[in-house]
Write a protein that binds this ligand. Structure first.
Ligand code: GAR
Length: 215
């Protein structure tokens, strides 16, 4: 039987929800979350930033904000499944010891195992750069361009055991323009993501999300 979704507690400005943000790359999404949190009192704050590499450019955003920030590379010398599990168990223990109450995937390009998901289900959020269920996977913009569609967008969803599946909390459309290449499209979608993700995090943390997916 699959684990149920357990949403985070309803937080307040006086008692904000503690967030762990996981990234893999430049972290422009992380930066937008941190700006949102520092611009005025919010019902959430970031207590931990993790990346799956020590070279992820986005780690700098966490460090500059004075947040506990770590790049955790995959261990060498293990077979692929053991390597993945060992890495994930370090990530998990860092999250647990930080006291985080919500895990926010922001451009984190690793697929989490069902056992990780089960522990955080309902408190594990992702943003994906397409209108799911269309164009899941690691190459959404490339796939959008090869399909020739005229509209794409971004989706914020709770993570379940699948890949880019799980209850959708919000979506925003973005036009695909005739001369777009992957980079141009990615930049246009990111601008919208940077507004949408902080808003949905805010809604979730303030108790504004309810789910009927548990039956
Ligand atoms: C974002 O567009 C995010 O939606 C995407 O990676 C980018 C991260 O950018 N995530 C995925 O593709 C997850 N499958 P950033 O590092 O500049 O925040």
């Amino acid at each position: 039987m699959e684990a149920p979704f357990v949403l985070p507690r309803e937080a307040s400005i006086e008692d904000p929800l503690r967030l762990a943000v996981l990234i893999s790359g430049g972290g422009s999404g992380l930066s937008s979350i941190l700006s949102f949190q520092s611009s005025e009192p919010r019902c959430h704050r970031t207590v931990l930033v993790l990346a799956d590499s020590e070279n992820a450019g986005g780690l700098e955003h966490g460090r500059r904000a004075g947040i506990t920030t770590r790049g955790i590379p995959l261990l060498q010398g293990l077979q692929s499944i053991e390597r993945r599990l060992a890495h994930e168990s370090i990530i998990l223990s860092q999250i647990e010891s930080s006291g985080a109450e919500l895990v926010v995937l922001s451009g984190y390009m690793r697929i989490l195992t069902p056992s990780f998901v089960a522990k955080w289900k309902g408190r594990l959020l992702n943003i994906h750069p397409s209108l799911l269920p269309d164009f899941p996977g690691a190459h959404a913009h490339r796939d959008v361009l090869s399909a020739g569609v005229s509209t794409t967008g971004c989706t914020v969803h709770l993570v379940d055991e699948g890949v880019d599946t799980g209850p959708i909390l919000a979506q925003r459309e973005v036009p695909v323009l005739p001369d777009d290449d992957e980079e141009a499209l990615q930049e246009r979608v990111k601008k919208v993501e940077h507004v949408l993700y902080p808003e949905v995090i805010d809604l979730l943390c303030s108790g504004g999300v309810s789910l009927e997916v548990n039956g």
